[in-house]
Design a protein around this ligand. Structure first.
Ligand code: UDP
Length: 325
């Protein structure tokens, strides 16, 4: 643990973090890792898309406290904080298209509240941003210096622009108040706890394969994504948190696949004989996405370790256990 994150003004034996969105897929894994690394964690979640099952193992731990709270409302935490990790937001296209206004509010008002709390506590602030800030990118792969190609008035704009605003607000707090900040741009991530019905491609394909239903490919399946296993992602995020680099920093696995290739990998891993069904491509669906991770490599020495088939196998095992198969 980075000693600079320890508060010297308090007698707390362990550093303490607020994690917003703690009952979500990513932040529940992150909270577990923080506790394993010696932190105390205060978790907040509105439970809009979070699930109590995700934090079932954490709730019995004395290092973890949880409050059901919507961070678009005023945030209060008793006692000191060393870090505020802002992960609250719908993140699956299905979820943010269903909750467009809540998505914009959590990226704007929620980020403002979380920044204000970090400032009051003199805590380091880490924003979970996204590869969606690059929109449908015209530069490939995407380095952090790329400004993106986002349709602000399209349906996905609610997520993309909320996260872009959140990045701008985070840097405004850094410049105006000297707040210690970090921004991570997260690329497609998968693993255990990805909600089976959350609509993202890995969960959809795994569930469809397990149920013998056709795998739904949107468009021709030639669009690409680069899939990062959750453990690799969490390791990268904690590396950034404890580094001196403000970011934004891409964290993702640069191995790029077409959606058709992903479907084949899911069929191989599950041994399913499901067919493929082609469905319409959603509006503004990015045609390609691949992180340039040169920055994370050079600053953090970070590299993803779990490749697609291994990660899919682990995720499949988790889905089987969840469904009692
Ligand atoms: N996709 C698909 N079938 C599905 C779900 C998604 O072909 O059942 C496609 C989607 O159109 C996109 C890619 O898979 O091109 C990744 O979609 P996802 O919702 O996982 O995340 P995104 O990267 O679009 O935010």
């Amino acid at each position: 643990m980075d000693p600079s994150l320890r508060r010297r003004s308090t007698d707390l034996p362990r550093p303490r973090a607020l994690v917003t969105g703690a009952a979500g897929f990513l932040a529940s894994h992150l909270s577990e890792r923080l506790i394993a690394d010696g932190w105390d964690v205060v978790g907040f979640d509105s439970m809009l898309t979070g699930r109590m099952e995700n934090i079932a193992g954490l709730l019995s731990r004395p290092e973890f406290t949880f409050e059901r709270h919507d961070v678009t409302n005023y945030l209060h935490v008793t006692g000191p904080l060393d870090a505020v990790l802002h992960f609250a937001s719908p993140a699956s296209p299905q979820d943010y298209l269903e909750h467009p206004i809540k998505t914009m509010k959590v990226g704007s008002l929620g980020t403002h509240n979380a920044l204000g709390l970090a400032l009051a506590k003199q805590a380091r602030f880490l924003l979970a941003s996204t590869s969606e800030v690059y929109g449908d990118p015209l530069v490939h792969p995407q380095p952090e210096s790329y400004w993106g190609n986002v349709n602000p008035i399209g349906p996905r704009g609610v997520y993309d622009e909320a996260k872009r605003f959140a990045e701008a607000l985070t840097l405004a707090y850094h410049r105006a108040h000297g707040l210690d900040v970090r921004i991570v741009r997260i690329f497609n991530t998968y693993g255990p706890r990805l909600r089976p019905a959350d609509g993202r491609v890995v969960s959809n394909f795994l569930v469809q394969a397990m149920e013998g239903k056709p795998l739904t490919i949107y468009g021709k399946g030639q669009q690409t994504r680069s899939f990062c296993y959750v453990d690799d992602l969490v390791r990268g995020i904690l590396g950034l948190l404890q580094s001196d680099h403000i970011g934004p920093m891409n964290i993702g696995n640069p191995n790029e696949f077409t959606i058709l290739e992903l479907a084949q990998a899911v069929l191989d891993v599950t041994g399913s004989s499901s067919e493929i069904a082609f469905e319409p491509l959603p509006v503004d669906d990015p045609t390609q996405r691949q992180p340039d991770i040169s920055l994370a490599r050079s600053v953090l020495g970070w590299e993803p370790e779990v490749q697609l088939r291994e990660g899919l196998t682990r995720t499949y095992e988790w889905y089987r256990k969840e469904r009692g198969q």
